[in-house]
Design a protein around this ligand. Structure first.
Ligand code: HEM
Length: 180
């Protein structure tokens, strides 16, 4: 998993809970890299799970809520760091339909060792997008946070519902509806 995911997760924790909390989490989570990450490095996905679980036990916040909030935070970071991707698209559906064949393709060129999910999209009608997430990392709640922020970015109101969860969360189908 790319270092930016780790550095930004710790950054979000510091913003929300303060430095002392982050320090405590790093000490308690028993992390091989002891919280010392660089944004361009690559670290084991398991270490991210340990961090998230540790925050969950300390704060009692459900894991999926933590991941969704992190998705919102990460979207803001991507907007600043990869502005070029945001200018190309005119609507939330336009952007979401282009993650698989455009955005994440460019990400993979920049970081060949990035571990990215796969997405399938289908526009069932003008105001409804069916989007299926596939990843062994089971981080669909992160996707949900990123999808919610995508709608907000384009000033579109709408709803995100989980229609189906398969393979213990490795395949998750979202139904995204916008207000016409
Ligand atoms: C400009 C926009 C975006 C950029 C630059 C970007 C880039 C990235 C990067 C660098 C990673 C980390 C890969 C790794 O750790 O090895 C990642 C992972 C991920 N991205 Fe994107 N992404 C963007 C938009 C989105 C959006 C809108 C979604 C939501 C549908 C999304 C869904 C995910 C998920 C869920 C992961 C976690 C890995 C997994 O579940 O397997 N991304 N992305």
């Amino acid at each position: 998993m790319k270092g930016i995911v780790f550095t930004e997760f710790l950054e979000m924790l510091e913003e929300k809970f303060g430095y002392a909390f982050v320090d405590q989490i790093i000490n308690e989570a028993n992390l091989p890299h002891q919280g010392a990450y660089t944004s361009v490095g690559t670290y084991p996905h398991q270490e991210m799970i340990s961090l998230i679980m540790s925050v969950h036990f300390q704060s009692q916040i459900p894991v999926d809520d933590l991941l969704k909030t992190f998705g919102n935070h990460l979207f803001g970071v991507f907007k600043k760091s990869y502005a070029v991707f945001f200018d190309k698209f005119t609507s939330a559906f336009d952007m979401l339909e282009n993650i698989e064949n455009h955005i994440h393709v460019e990400v993979k060129k920049l970081y060949p060792d990035a571990e990215l999910p796969r997405f399938e999209t289908e526009r069932t009608n003008e105001n409804c997008l069916k989007m299926t997430y596939y990843s062994d990392r089971k981080m669909s709640a992160l996707a949900e946070g990123l999808i919610a922020s995508t709608l907000e970015h384009f000033h579109q109101k709408g709803s995100i519902n989980i229609a189906k969860v398969e393979n213990e969360g490795k395949i998750v189908t979202f139904i995204i509806k916008t207000e016409g």
